[in-house]
Design a protein around this ligand. Structure first.
Ligand SMILES: Cc1cc2nc3c(=O)[nH]c(=O)nc-3n(C[C@H](O)[C@H](O)[C@H](O)COP(=O)(O)OP(=O)(O)OC[C@H]3O[C@@H](n4cnc5c(N)ncnc54)[C@H](O)[C@@H]3O)c2cc1C
Length: 288
């Protein structure tokens, strides 16, 4: 049963931030509600006031400025999935987004809600990490922009303070000649493991390697140390390295045994999916 709550519908960032500052801990930002309403219904959280940010024009923007895509936090997965500009400039994000849940969830669930919920079982997160995405956050006292890696702090914990609003994501395309791939394993509604890869190949050697993994540990993560080990390797050598990096995954990703699988299963699958994604990514660029 849902307990009664009031809903404000601000029409500007200033107004929305002022509402959050005024209402304090009694209020929560509300976008698509696919997660929040579920939690309220289950009685896991309680708020007497929701601040609906969907009428704030800035949060609904989806624009290409010639260098980066600006994706408003309240843009739905469905809009991203169907956007010609996202497909043209950020095919990796488009690929990850179209796998989210089902069309009903994608129609109402927003990219900002996905990130702010802090669930490591996120499809868009690894793709956005590979793109070195930056996120703009506002409060009544000002704005700040941080990298997505710094945004994720722990399990269901992000850098967003209770009086802050995620405004937009700034996502630059991958460099020319760099291919990409997103692969996931899904046993339940949400992904059990997701990997995003970007890579170029010159004279049979890998360059510009970027790897990100979600679902395995408490936060989606880039694997920067492994990325540098793959630079200069052939595809076959790189696939062997990622398959054999089990101990590295355990140390860096901090996996736990849960319904999605044991630690051994998750670290093994991470290597398998990264190996497959590398091959797929190489095939999507103009490698030579
Ligand atoms: C059945 C089901 C299946 C799913 N499957 C997948 C899947 O396969 N892959 C996947 O990646 N995800 C999956 N999800 C998660 C889905 O992506 C998210 O539910 C959705 O994107 C959340 O967005 P929302 O707008 O509904 O968020 P809300 O429920 O409105 O909000 C979620 C949280 O984020 C906060 N928040 C929202 N927007 C902002 C903002 N702009 N600033 C600050 N805080 C904000 C809210 O306060 C709340 O704490 C699934 C969800 C469901 C219910």
């Amino acid at each position: 049963m849902l307990r009664p709550f009031r809903v404000s519908q601000p029409t500007s960032v200033t107004e929305a931030c002022a509402e959050l500052a005024r209402l304090g801990e009694d209020a929560k930002v509300y976008a698509g509600g696919t997660e929040l309403i579920l939690l309220l219904r289950l009685g896991l959280v309680q708020y007497s006031h929701l601040v609906d940010v969907k009428r704030v024009p800035e949060l609904g923007e989806l624009a290409w400025d010639g260098k980066a895509m600006h994706i408003g936090a309240a843009v739905t997965h469905r809009r991203l999935e169907r956007s010609a500009e996202v497909t043209a400039h950020l095919p990796l994000l488009q690929q990850a987004t179209e796998l989210v849940a089902n069309v009903r969830v994608r129609n109402v669930g927003t990219i900002g809600g996905n990130l702010c919920f802090g669930d490591p079982h996120s499809d868009p997160a690894p793709a956005l990490l590979v793109h070195d995405t930056r996120v703009k956050i506002s409060t009544h006292s000002g704005d700040r922009t941080i990298g997505l890696e710094a945004f994720y702090i722990g399990l269901f914990e992000t850098a967003i303070a209770p009086d802050e609003i995620l405004i937009e994501l700034q996502v630059e395309p991958l460099p020319p000649g760099v291919g990409s791939a997103y692969l996931r394993a899904a046993r339940f509604e949400r992904p059990s493991l997701g990997v995003a890869v970007a890579v170029a190949q010159h004279d049979g050697r890998l360059a510009n390697v970027r790897l990100a993994v979600s679902c395995v540990g408490p936060v989606p993560m880039r694997l920067q140390e492994l990325e540098s080990r793959l630079a200069g390797a052939t595809l076959a050598e790189a696939q062997q390295i990622v398959r054999q990096a089990q101990r590295h995954y355990k140390e860096v990703l901090q996996p736990v045994d849960d319904l999605h699988g044991s630690v051994a299963y998750k670290t093994c699958l991470t290597g398998v999916l990264l190996g497959r994604a590398l091959a797929q990514a190489v095939g999507t660029n103009g490698s030579n």
